[in-house]
Design a protein around this ligand. Structure first.
Ligand SMILES: Cc1c2[nH]c(c1CCC(=O)O)Cc1[nH]c(c(CCC(=O)O)c1C)Cc1[nH]c(c(CCC(=O)O)c1C)Cc1[nH]c(c(C)c1CCC(=O)O)C2
Length: 350
């Protein structure tokens, strides 16, 4: 069955078309900032919620109903597919993903299996079907972690500040590194394709931590893998988004990739990205810190981002990184309404 989408504004903006207003969604829009979510987390872990389609769909819908955003993002983690290939991962509250069997050698890479979405993550596909066939009237964004970001957890064994183990494997054992990149590229491709087949209307690839590399190493160790992923995902015909944190020095490399949208954090403005020569739709890039500032301060910064997006568009509003637990849902609701009304008004003046 086809997704039952009544408002596809955000998909048109992703593809670079002009829209009546600037569409918006927020990274980590579903999560600990919401009391309904925190209540659910008292009973269930993240993996327990994602294994139950009714519950996962409920969490995915919370920000849609509360904030009136233009897209939903499937509630799950970038770690979700990894148990399917033999990674022993747990998500620890306040820490993040922790891995009991880290990768240290090519032998460890060779032990990894292949992802079969119907066998390994059927509950994700069921959640997508439930949402897109029965519940949502706006597009659902599916996603996958990118190979570098997934590998960083798999090699470090958990979150890291400097990625020394990851880089050390990359620089000193390229055979193991490229074997791991191939394995994780396959995971991203099969997983994202299965999400689209189940009803997802766009795919975001989170390469959150790849900004730890310089551009020359990115070209050598990462870019060929990303080219393969996006070339294969182009076949799905859905818009493809690439996002990373602290990666301004890599966006010209990203601009060469067959993606539709580049997601910026707050370190580079929309205007600066366009002036550098980025030709894709830009997504971003409010510093989440503004969500705990006075409304007048937040409004001024949101206006500036929207004005840059109008002049240097196409643009989809988002944060520069995820919503954090202390952010109040009422602020996100007010901000969404402001983004819609301000951008619609500015468009009608032009
Ligand atoms: C690097 C990364 C991870 N997970 C993700 C990324 C890429 C985006 C980014 O750069 O932030 C992606 C992610 N994780 C989660 C989502 C849900 C969808 C959404 O955006 O609303 C998404 C898109 C749920 C989650 N994933 C996690 C939570 C919070 C903890 C929980 O509720 O158990 C949620 C709602 C856990 C997690 N998982 C990860 C981290 C760093 C954490 C936070 C650890 C902490 O501060 O406690 C790994």
């Amino acid at each position: 069955m086809m997704p039952n989408i009544k408002n596809d504004t955000i998909l048109r903006a992703f593809r670079g078309e002009a829209t009546d207003y600037t569409p918006v969604w927020y990274m980590r829009q579903a999560g600990r900032s919401q009391k309904e979510y925190r209540e659910l987390k008292e009973k269930y872990s993240l993996f327990e919620i994602t294994h139950q389609p009714e519950l996962a769909a409920y969490v995915t819908r919370l920000p849609v109903e509360q904030y009136n955003v233009d897209a939903a993002i499937l509630y799950k983690d970038i770690m979700t597919p990894l148990p399917g290939i033999g990674v022993d991962v747990d998500i620890k509250s306040g820490i993040g993903p922790v891995i009991a069997n880290p990768i240290r050698s090519i032998q460890d890479v060779e032990k990894l299996g292949t992802l079969d979405p119907k066998r390994d993550v059927p509950y994700i596909l069921d959640t997508i079907k439930l949402l897109t066939e029965e519940q949502l009237e706006i597009p659902l964004i599916g996603f996958s972690g990118a190979p570098f970001t997934l590998a960083s957890y798999m090699i470090e064994g958990g979150p890291s500040r400097n990625y020394h183990k990851t880089k050390s494997l990359m620089y000193s054992d390229p055979a193991a590194w490229f074997a791991l990149m191939d394995k994780l590229a396959e995971v991203s491709i099969t997983y994202a394709k299965a999400q689209v087949a189940a009803g997802a209307s766009a795919i975001q690839i989170f390469d959150s931590w790849v900004g730890a590399l310089n551009a020359a190493d990115y070209r050598m160790y990462i870019k060929p893998t990303m080219e393969r992923i996006f070339n294969e995902l182009r076949e799905t015909n859905v818009p493809l988004i690439l996002f990373g944190v602290g990666a301004s020095h890599l966006i010209m490399e990203w601009n060469d990739l067959p993606v539709d949208v580049i997601g910026l954090d707050w370190r580079l403005s929309i205007k600066e990205a366009r002036d550098k020569g980025i030709t894709k739709t830009l997504q971003g890039n409010l510093d989440p810190a503004f969500l705990t500032s006075d409304w007048s301060v937040l409004e001024e910064r949101a206006k500036s981002i929207l004005d840059q997006g109008r002049e240097a568009g196409p643009h989809v509003f988002n944060l520069g990184h995820g919503v954090t637990p202390e952010i109040s849902p009422s602020v996100l609701k007010k901000l969404t309404a402001f983004i819609h009304s301000y951008s619609a008004k500015q468009n009608s003046i032009l």
